[in-house]
Write a protein that binds this ligand. Sequence first.
Ligand code: M6R
Length: 596
Amino acid sequence: MHRLEYRGYDSAGVGVVTAAGGLRVVKKAGRIANLERALAGARLDATTGVGHTRWATHGAPNDRNAHPHTDASGRIAVIHNGIIENHAELRARLEAAGVEFASDTDTEAVAHLLRAWLDEHADGTIAAALRAVCQQLAGAFTLVVVDAEQPGAVVAARRNSPLVLGVGDDEMFLASDAAAFIEFTRDAVALGQDQVVEITRDGYRITDFFGAPAAGKPFHVDWDLAAAEKGGFQYFMLKEIQEQPAAVAATLSGHLINGQVVLDEQRVDQQELRDVDKVFVVACGTAYHSGLIAKYAIEHWTRLPVEVEMASEFRYRDPVLDRQTLVVAISQSGETADTLEAVRHARAQKAKVLAICNTNGAQIPRESDAVLYTHAGPEIGVAATKTFTAQVAAVSLVGLALAQARGTKYGDEVAREYDALAAMPELIERALTVTDQVRALAGEIADSRAVLFLGRHVGYPVALEGALKLKELAYMHAEGFPAGELKHGPIALVEGGLPVVVVMPSPVARPTLHQKLLSNVAEVAARGARTIVIAETGDRAARTLAARVLEVPSAPALFSPLVSVVPLQTLAAEIALARGFDIDKPRNLAKSVTVE
Ligand code: M6R
């Protein structure tokens, strides 16, 4: 449960079928530590059970609404991720039949429905009950259930929310991701859409919701326990920032074969790639920012028009999609509901979908026509860091693959860009050396009311990412703007002492743009802002003008976000720590957003 806590940490609970034959449920609001205190000294004499960490959707995060939920007699325990969209209707029907609810959740209805079905089917199994109940549910759900009267079995079902089976020796596991069980087994099976699985000590059986035999997707977890642990760091996020050189190197590795950029999975042929006449990039949060960077690279290398859209908005505005549209869906988890629905919408309109994902076998890559995995390893900190830089590397590979397929770049040009990308891990390593300076700066500005971030060209998405990190970790008002847009309104926010962080382009590679940014630094400094500039090593003009300069190594313009984002990630983490917050588990957030 600790390894899954990053997915939700409003409350936690367990429900076990005890050797004595009953069900024991213990649940507490807050972190798992509260549950541990409640369980201290308890002997949970059991071999089957369920445990859950919650990110509240329906019902406040208190003891009552924590999972598991049970039927009235406390025979069946249910845990749930997702949202049961027809819960109000189900609840009304159950209440009309005399059922009393003990919580405000959408989940509890499932426990009562299971019990009602079992009461009507004297010889029915809990797996059959779950299949029947799933047929009545709308929305997204992973459900895991134990029944005190059918000990030795755990049953689970999924629709639009992840569920992975771990296959051990004389033991089986079910979890939202493999981190929960890699200590015991690395042999796993990803459950498919609308499947039910029943596990017993030594086997498992998968069916669809109607009882027909079905199969999941077996895979071997290729990272080890150390990757999912802190390894001497106080926080996962600090470790993950340091892991960025390795994450980018692993993402690039093996993708240039005989001078050709290759993806991990490709179910579209070269002709279909050649026929692409426009590209949409859809993603959320940090992944959206890597998508904004993709636009610069793909348009520059392929001359294809690229639109970048927040996945949560995409399908609601009837975008113009057809067979010649390529939709690039970027998602660390591969299970973000908004991005998944955007993928489904695009495919329904016959567009091709290429997924960039960090999670092997997740739903988004499974439903896509082509896949490029970011091999960043598990990211446990809720704030995306190493997966962002891995995504920036991956979108560059996608741009090169498209340029190659369309003939807008010759093989040797593609190989040269790839080599420049392959040199980036070393530069990120050097960018990481600013950590001490950033820590000192963080202490100075931790009490500010707000921070502005400015950039132009690829520096603009980096500014957005710096602002997002600060908002989510330090709970400070932060905004990212294109620097040129500032004077069209936002400059009114600038007042004496306001920290303004500016992402400078290279004075050598982009002299005109550099000059423009210098003017923007001067404009805010003239109004009393405390200017902090992320600049290429040796940028004397920036040094002269800005109050503070954080230097990063010189890099090709399109790849420069890989280094310029590093001090911003560290700045947000250090400010949050100075303000006394848990940077791995920021308030109100969860790592994977599996609800729309
Ligand atoms: O798993 P995904 O990449 O689809 O997640 C998208 C966003 O929810 C995610 O990037 C979020 O914005 C991060 N917490 C930002 O640090």
